[in-house]
Design a protein around this ligand. Structure first.
Ligand code: GDP
Ligand code: K
Ligand code: MG
Length: 293
């Protein structure tokens, strides 16, 4: 059998379950998941390697109307994902309202790549509601194959994987056959810290934060990590630290536990907070943080 390889790009609105599905298909916790929109900021590759296959999944930020430069960059990640796909997975769920005329949906209609429409979270639905949704989507995306799914429970994900393999073109691998992702370990460390901030802080705080892993020293017994939490305003610094430093301590402890699981090693984690005024609108800050400009 000839080798097959290709890019499978997962796109859709915020919170429909794109990162949950990516992690399920890749079998690793590469993308952070929370109930908040804009949890995913980058395009994250997760690579599945088998003897005759290399499937390069990419998880993307949700499609949104940009209010600042960071969000413009996030939207670009999602738009590019429509252009370089061998298979597009357009994801929706049983709760989101369909916006028939969205620019993004129009671009999905125009693409030449095969489109799979995943209707996620069917664990929160019933058969009648689902039938109705399937018919509506058949009208909107007549060429798409439809897969009702629960990414969280793993329902129908195996069938999706089977279909993806059929659709992949014959091709040599794009990456090393033992590669899991294109991002460095530091990136995942910073994402784990950001996940805790999304979970423990309210309102605009998570959206004003960027994590920079300043030092990552791997010893025989332990990994020493020093990370900076950049905030956009002075007032946010105090909130991150919290009364007697308790909020930051909790963030650090919970992040460390997950980083230890991810690295399978003991970790010593130090967190600092720095004010980096309005970094979300500054080209040079965004570039330093790895957002293409
Ligand atoms: P993304 O923004 O599209 O990447 O969505 P996430 O993967 O971050 O998931 C958003 C929220 O939906 C999280 O709270 C997930 O636990 C939840 N979620 C994802 N898939 C399912 C599913 O199949 N069923 C249910 N009930 N919840 C799900
Ligand atoms: K989310
Ligand atoms: Mg996501």
């Amino acid at each position: 059998m000839k080798h097959k390889a290709g890019f499978v790009n997962i796109v859709g609105n915020p919170n429909v379950g794109k990162s949950t599905l990516t992690n399920k298909l890749v079998g690793e916790r590469l993308s952070i998941i929370t109930s908040k929109a804009q949890t995913t900021r980058h395009r994250i590759l997760g690579i599945v390697n088998e003897e005759n296959y290399q499937i390069v999944f990419s998880d993307t930020p949700g499609v949104l109307k940009p209010n600042y430069k960071l969000q413009e960059s996030m939207l670009r990640f999602s738009k590019t994902a429509l252009q370089d796909a061998d298979v597009i997975i357009y994801m929706t769920d049983v709760v989101e309202k369909m916006d028939k005329n969205s620019d993004f949906l129009n671009s999905v209609r125009k693409t030449d790549s095969p489109v799979i429409l995943v209707i996620n979270k069917i664990d929160e639905s019933n058969p009648e509601q689902l039938d109705g949704l399937v018919s509506k989507w058949k009208e909107e995306l007549p060429k798409a194959e439809i897969f009702p799914m629960s990414a969280l429970r793993g329902f129908n994900t195996d069938n999706l994987m089977k279909r993806i393999k059929e659709l992949l073109p014959e091709c040599d691998p794009y990456y090393d056959k033992d590669a899991l992702t294109d991002k460095p370990t530091r990136f995942f460390v910073s994402e784990i810290i950001r996940e805790k901030i999304l979970l423990y802080y309210q309102k605009e705080i998570p959206y004003s934060v960027e994590i920079e892993v300043e030092e990552f020293k791997e010893g025989p017994q332990r990994v020493d990590i020093r990370a900076i939490i950049h905030v956009a305003r002075d007032s946010q610094k105090g909130i991150i630290i919290g009364h007697q430093g308790n909020a930051l301590k909790k963030t650090g402890t919970e992040a460390r536990k997950d980083i230890e699981k991810f690295l399978d090693k003991k970790v010593f984690l130090q967190l600092y907070v720095k004010v980096n005024k309005d970094w979300r609108d500054k080209d040079n800050s965004l570039r330093n943080f790895g957002y293409e400009q």
